[in-house]
Design a protein. Structure first.
Length: 657
């Protein structure tokens, strides 16, 4: 029996510590590592140790009751969305960690939504109850936010201290002493509540099974094996979502959690059936010793050392088979469906590549989660000359490892922009470049302003130059009109300008429009009409008419009431309801226009339009506005006029620069 599970949830929900507890409980490790000390198995990268948080998905194979479980410990910060979605693509189910202390957060809902879109069965594990929190209030929040959740554990307290769990399903209590499970009595004061939850669980299960529902309605008692079987089937089908309790540091409920994973979550065969080997690369990592390592999930079939798979890049030979254990690779003699494999020296493989044997599969045969567009830009430049020489190769490696980053050259400003999903994401990207031997500097990007015109104007551009031989002559009369987008019209009659010069004239207009007359920004939103002019049989040429058209454009634009435009972005902010007032006030101070608000489970969603100049560093402000519980996305909307008092300052600064 094999289970492949992605452990996801908001940052700080205790995923990595829970992974450590599972490793120790199954005998894979003698002692739990600590996130604070950088000694955990899955947070092995320099960046994870420095920031004390998961930045890349770590994989651990666990053996329990003779069965194999592959656990993918994914980052919690939404900054690392590529890693989170890759882990969920590689899994057959999602185990969503929720801190009892912090409750449902943005990262909880985001991970849940992606798992839902991928059609994954889901479980919730509530962590950190020893730190405090109201478990029963959390259950109500989970129900309101996530859907048909089913609490199978209730907390057992002694003297106000959390010491174990009450098994709702079987009506028994267990306390934990030194990590060992000891059966206990359900406290008298908790019996009525435990019975009420048991009834809730029973009714939820029988509603998913017609045979059991019929018996239940007829008054028959529904218990035992049939009920458990129906429960597990409902979880596998994604009809119910069990909520378990686990205390990593106290060793509470760790092995029962693994039991539930084995019993209630689906096998690879249930999801992908039988057939020839089929795999997909869900993550790539560049290692200084092993080169590029591709992490692939085997969805179907079996592999032996020496086998080969097909890919878009050609044959992929597997002289050895390795499974990852954090940073280490463990060699295995066989890989079965559900295995996570590490393929060293896989320079030809990229994230998202499908690997197969036999007939090429359809693209729908493997799970796919689209990566959202990154929303935080920084201007990037190498620090020194040696950095400049090595930058190209370092950036190639960086983008290979993390395709959720985006690199682009801003034509208007000449800057190279690196787009990420948050401050931590970009910080770790810079640290990763340093690992490759390249030091870069980040700065706030320049805003790509544009220029346009507000009224109709016309005028002449005449270029006449006499030299020793042939001269240069071009004469163009141009009319500019405001328009939704650029267009060009040739209204020459009577042959005053031969049509053979039309292309050169338009080229001259477009070249001149790259730098407007206000502050040298590109010009948009105009119609150019050439309606008159003259030429010389000998001295006229393409170049002469191109220059004349350029001169005409600059002259006429000056008369057409030029204005400055700025990019407006659509901003979507997700945050706790009690923080909405602060967000609205802040957006108004940023010249934002509120488009609407709505409720999404326990969170609120604010939609607004805001000038890009005002939100280039919004990622720094949002944590303070939301207590670290907010997230946002940015999407380009349109250009609009800059208010005159701001435009004057921007134009002045641009001219001085």
């Amino acid at each position: 029996m094999i289970r492949t599970v992605a452990l996801v949830g908001h940052a700080g929900s205790g995923k990595t510590t829970l992974t450590e507890a599972l490793l120790v409980a199954t005998g894979a490790k003698d002692k739990m590592g600590r996130v604070e000390e950088g000694t955990t198995t899955t947070d092995y990268t320099p960046e994870a140790k420095l920031h004390r948080t998961t930045v890349r998905t770590g994989v651990v194979p666990l053996r329990h009751r003779g069965h194999q479980v592959f656990l993918l410990d994914a980052p919690g910060y939404g900054d690392f969305v590529g890693e989170i979605r890759g882990a969920l693509e590689a899994a057959d189910a999602a185990l969503v960690a929720v801190s009892a202390e912090s409750g449902v957060q943005v990262g909880t809902e985001r991970a849940w939504t992606v798992a839902e879109r991928l059609g994954l069965p889901r479980m919730v594990v509530v962590t950190k109850l020893d730190k405090g929190g109201d478990y029963y209030a959390l259950l109500e929040d989970l129900k309101a936010t996530l859907g048909p959740i089913l609490p199978i554990d209730l907390p057992l307290y002694e003297g106000g201290r959390w010491v174990g769990v009450i098994d709702v399903f079987h009506g028994k209590a267990y306390r934990y002493e030194g990590g060992k499970e000891v059966e206990a009595e359900v406290p008298e004061g908790e019996r009525a509540r435990a019975q009420a939850y048991r009834q809730e669980v029973l009714e939820a299960i029988v509603e998913t099974d017609e045979g059991l529902l019929e018996k239940y309605l007829e008054g028959e008692e529904v218990t035992g094996e049939a009920l458990e079987k129906a429960f597990h089937e409902a979880v596998r089908r994604g009809l119910l979502y069990p909520v378990a309790l686990a205390g990593a540091l106290a060793g509470i409920g760790i092995l029962p959690l693994l039991d539930l994973i084995l019993e209630a979550l689906p096998s690879p065969e249930e999801r992908f059936g039988e057939g020839p080997p089929l795999a997909k690369v869900f993550k790539v990592q560049v290692d200084p010793f092993m080169g590029q390592v591709a992490y692939a999930r085997l969805y179907r079939g079996q592999l032996l050392p020496g086998d080969a798979l097909e890919s878009e890049a050609g044959a992929v030979r597997l002289p050895h088979l390795y499974v990852p254990m954090g940073k280490d690779l463990l060699e295995v003699e066989r890989a079965e469906a559900g295995y996570i494999l590490a393929l060293p020296k896989a320079e030809s493989l990229h994230r998202g590549m499908v690997l197969w044997k036999g007939e090429k599969p359809e693209s729908e045969a493997v799970p796919f989660a689209r990566l959202p567009e990154p929303n935080v830009p920084v201007a990037l430049r190498p620090k020194g000359r040696t950095d400049e020489a090595k930058l190209g190769e370092a950036l190639r490696k960086l983008l290979e490892e993390d395709p959720s980053l985006k690199l682009e050259r801003q034509e208007e400003t000449g800057e190279f922009l690196l787009w990420g999903h948050g401050e931590l994401h970009l910080t770790t990207a810079r640290e990763r470049l340093l690992d490759y031997g390249v030091e870069v500097e980040f700065s706030v990007p320049k805003v790509p302003y544009r220029e346009t015109i507000k009224k109709v104007a016309e005028g002449q551009g005449k270029y006449k130059k006499q030299t020793g031989g042939h001269g240069q002559y071009g004469d163009v009369w141009l009319r500019l009109e405001p328009a939704p987008e650029y267009s060009f019209e040739w209204r020459i009659t009577g042959g005053v300008i031969p049509s053979k010069y039309q292309e050169a004239i338009e080229q001259g207009i477009l070249e001149a429009a790259k730098k407007g007359v206000l502050a040298g920004y590109p010009v948009m939103g105009f119609k150019a009409i050439v309606f008159n002019g003259s030429y010389h049989e000998v001295d006229s040429s393409d170049l002469a008419f191109q220059i004349a058209a350029s001169m005409a454009f600059k002259k006429v634009m000056e008369m057409a009431s030029p204005i400055l435009l700025e990019p407006i972005y659509r901003l979507k902010v997700v945050a706790p309801q009690e923080r909405v007032g602060d967000i609205l006030s802040d957006l108004q101070s940023r010249r934002g226009r509120i488009l609407g608000m709505e409720q999404d489970g326990a969170l609120s969603v604010v939609q607004a339009e805001v000038p890009l100049a005002e939100v280039l560093e919004y990622y720094k402000a949002l944590p303070g506005l939301t207590g670290g519980a907010g997230a946002y996305t940015l999407e380009f909307s349109h250009y609009q006029e800059v208010p005159p008092h701001l435009a004057q300052r921007i134009v002045q600064e641009r001219r001085e620069a």
